[in-house]
Design a protein around this ligand. Structure first.
Ligand SMILES: Cc1cc2nc3c(=O)[nH]c(=O)nc-3n(C[C@H](O)[C@H](O)[C@H](O)COP(=O)(O)OP(=O)(O)OC[C@H]3O[C@@H](n4cnc5c(N)ncnc54)[C@H](O)[C@@H]3O)c2cc1C
Length: 268
């Protein structure tokens, strides 16, 4: 089993920012990422509200932060975390006497890691179609990203499911590509001639791996205040998977810094 001072789950903007702070403080740290570093922003062409770099693409921003992470010697493994559990061992003999800080075991699809502290920065993912709409979609392509997949349907009729800002954005984008863009709401029937279904019905938190150890709210977000401390001492949360009002890049990066500072104080 590989051992680190800090294991960070998720290499989005929150996780990578936390890694920068932890590494610069001289602690051993690994980022465990299921898909691609950068997280949900990597397909966004024009980023807004990121200071000093107006219009930078998500891919470029992610790559810049990743280089910084790399230059600090942070290890990154591309693997899905399945669970975070408390072990029977303590950080020090004193901790054992006080029944205080226990080591954590982070279980993945490819082996386990031990950590003195964990930062959960697993973000959110698009909400999936309902079972009935999935059935209705049949063999048609179902996509959660018009920017990624829209070009495959040039000159063809497509449908966008959803009613919020993201749906409006997807419709505007597809209007330049498809022959027709239908707009329907969640659970409306899918028009017969549409060849692809673009889904924009909101997002849900990626918190399955920690649902048995930390407190979640009724929507599955990790309960923690602005100090990013979860219900379990030693486990911190950063970014969009935390209960919060504003889910943006700067708040994700801010959480990364706060969670890292919390971890450093916890380990001191
Ligand atoms: C289309 C779109 C456009 C946006 N545009 C802007 C914008 O212009 N400006 C702005 O400020 N904000 C924007 N946002 C919001 C912004 O992207 C988010 O607030 C921010 O990226 C959240 O970062 P995060 O690190 O918390 O989470 P995420 O980016 O979601 O990263 C979480 C990472 O954790 C990984 N992960 C999840 N579960 C596991 C697991 N079990 N094991 C291992 N890894 C796991 C995921 O693969 C992912 O890489 C946009 C969001 C979207 C969807």
């Amino acid at each position: 089993m590989r051992s680190y001072d800090v294991v960070i789950v998720g290499a989005g903007i929150a996780g990578m920012t936390a890694a920068i702070y932890v590494a610069r403080a001289g602690k051993s740290v690994i980022l465990l990422e299921e898909r691609m570093h950068g997280g949900q922003i990597i397909n966004t062409i024009n980023i807004a509200n990121w200071p000093a770099e107006p219009g930078i693409s998500g891919a470029e921003l992610s790559q810049k932060i990743y280089h910084q992470v790399n230059n600090l010697g942070v290890e990154v493994e591309y693997v899905k975390v399945l669970s975070v559990e408390e072990s029977d061992e303590y950080l020090t003999e004193q901790d054992a006497k006080n029944a205080a800080r226990r080591l954590f075991v982070v279980k993945t699809e490819d082996g386990d890691y031990t950590a003195k502290a964990v930062i959960v920065a697993t973000g959110t993912e698009p909400r999936k179609l309902s079972e009935s709409q999935m059935k209705d979609a049949g063999k048609r392509t179902v996509s959660y990203c018009a920017t990624c997949d829209g070009a495959f349907f040039k000159g063809k009729p497509v449908v966008v499911v959803g009613s919020g800002n993201t749906a409006r954005h997807e419709i505007a984008y597809l209007n330049n590509i498809a022959s027709k863009v239908y707009h329907i709401h969640h659970d409306d029937p899918i028009p017969e001639d549409a060849v692809a279904v673009f889904v924009a019905i909101g997002r849900v938190p990626n918190t399955d791996a920690v649902k048995n150890i930390v407190d979640l709210d009724e929507s599955g977000y990790i309960v923690a205040g602005e100090n990013c401390k979860t219900s379990v001492p030693g486990i911190f949360v950063a970014g969009d998977c935390r209960v919060k009002d504003v889910r943006q890049l700067v708040t994700a990066a801010g959480d990364g810094a706060v969670a890292a500072a919390g971890v450093l104080a916890y380990l001191a």
